[in-house]
Design a protein around this ligand. Sequence first.
Ligand code: C2E
Ligand code: MG
Ligand code: MG
Ligand code: MG
Length: 289
Amino acid sequence: YTAKAARTGVEVYSPARDTNSADALGLLSELRQALADDELELHYQPKVDTADGTPIGVEALVRWRHPVRGFVPPDEFIPLAEGSGIMPRLTERVVDLALAQIARWRDEGMSVPVAVNISPTDLTGSELPCVVARGLRAHDLPPGMLQLEITERIVTHAVDDAKRNLAELRGLGVSISLDDFGTGYSSLLRLSSMPVDEIKIDRGFISAMSEGERAVGIVRALVDLAHTLGMPSIAEGVETAEELAMLETLGCDGVQGWHIARPMPAEQVTAWLHERVPAGPALPELRAV
Ligand code: C2E
Ligand code: MG
Ligand code: MG
Ligand code: MG
């Protein structure tokens, strides 16, 4: 992102935005190989209760350690995977890694719910509920330990498939979080019929709060909307103490962001959790107040 690009508002070239470019095709074939070679790993970012800072779970964020290119961020390869048909395998891998980690934490005496991000394409067809059910069984885990984060983009895909799959997943006991809420594609009309258990308010709304009362009012309205629908609200991308204090005032139930903790490898999260819940965390469930 060069100074010139910043001035003209032109974004730096990104292979992910042009899935037919030679670069994108190269990256895609390497991604196939990465799945086979185990180059994907998960980092975990804590979510905490706004009022008292109690950890309530962690979000799994996929990382690709490319042997030559180095770290490739998910925004660069998830869109490629979505456009190519390898997304189901990638998601299956991520779900497996996440469930294995939940089991590892359990074996260490910790109960840590994990949220996994899924793509709209994961909810077409009928595979995901099977993958999740099989994984839960394989690791002998209660389904409530797994949460899936979906985005409003699912309404641009096969909505009926998505609803059926979400209903099936919730039937298993898995909870669903609506990620990046308010960023587009959504309609409030649809929201009332979406089978979700939690709303995550997009980072953009949180950082805008410093602009003044109107922007704060939007966040207040989003928190109240979640509560009206009987769901807890989580703010993502909380970067400052001021934002945290404001979110507490607004009654936002949970928070996540660099101000609380960055995404970290599992071992670091384990240490982080032990510091905050010394007795060995049995993380409480977040509820709307
Ligand atoms: P997301 O699910 O909304 O995740 C939040 C993103 O914001 C993460 O970026 C996280 O590292 C970053 N973040 C967290 N706290 C802060 C903060 O305080 N300030 C700022 N500026 N950023 C913060 P990341 O890890 O690069 O992931 C980007 C997106 O890629 C995710 O957005 C999610 O949509 C997608 N993604 C990540 N992992 C997976 C995955 O396993 N499967 C799928 N389908 N998508 C994934
Ligand atoms: Mg997410
Ligand atoms: Mg998000
Ligand atoms: Mg977001």
